[in-house]
Design a protein around this ligand. Structure first.
Ligand code: SAM
Length: 212
């Protein structure tokens, strides 16, 4: 989801109070950043932030951090927050490859991956957010009983993501290849922007919940 480059987006982000500008400095201290002992949930590749903000409205007892690589996309999330500021949401502009520099060991309670970029070429597999390389990073920052939830309509990416689990020491707690047709897994589902777009085209949505 790379929006047309918006002139001045970096400057606008720099001035935004919703963005944590030196996130490495908060490593191991995120509860202080929120001024709350609430559990910490992180969405990686949040895009324009619709899912994260809907979740934050539904769960004021959770602190949410949205990570996004591109300024032009993050800017859209900031604009939404300006319309409806949420005290339990913060944003970080970064590449998730650096995630261990930003969160301490076991600091995160849950990670959401929604409609991640597929990186279809084999030689780019390690860039997929569900690859064994990323699962190992998540292993270090996630609490012992922490979980990861992943949704996509890309069945090849989903098959790859399932194959990666044993390689990195994870196991599936729940799996569906048709989330909206699975009443148990779909209960309380909050749609992402991409989920709405692709399910309206008739694409079934795949989801896993994993743990160690
Ligand atoms: N999660 C949103 C949704 O479901 O509507 C957006 C999905 S969009 C296809 C994927 C987003 O992940 C893009 O905004 C992209 O910039 C971001 N992204 C991809 N790789 C990333 C990475 N390594 N670090 C941070 N963000 C990343």
């Amino acid at each position: 989801m790379r929006l047309r480059n918006i002139t001045g987006s970096r400057e606008m982000i720099r001035e935004s109070g919703f963005v944590v500008h030196e996130p490495e400095e908060m490593r191991g201290r995120w509860k202080e950043a929120f001024g709350s002992d609430a559990p910490l949930h992180v969405e990686i590749g949040m895009g324009k932030g619709r899912f994260l903000m809907d979740m934050a409205r539904l769960h004021p007892e959770i602190s949410y951090i949205g990570i996004e690589k591109y300024s032009s996309v993050l800017l859209r999330a900031i604009q939404k927050m300006q319309e409806d500021p949420l005290p339990n949401v913060k944003f970080i502009r970064m590449d998730a490859e650096e995630i261990e520099a930003v969160f301490g060991e076991g600091e995160v309670d849950r990670i959401y991956l929604n409609f991640s970029d597929p990186w279809p070429k084999d030689r780019h597999a390690k860039r997929r957010l569900e690859s064994r390389q990323f699962l190992k990073r998540y292993d270090r920052i996630l609490k012992k009983d922490g979980q990861i939830e992943f949704k996509t309509d890309n069945r090849e990416l989903f098959a790859f993501a399932l194959e990666e689990l044993p390689e990195a020491g994870w196991r599936a707690k729940a799996v569906t290849w048709d989330l909206h047709g699975d009443p148990a897994m779909n209960e309380g589902n909050v749609m992402t922007e991409y989920e709405e777009r692709f399910s309206s085209l008739g694409n079934p949505i795949c989801k896993y919940i994993i743990e160690r």
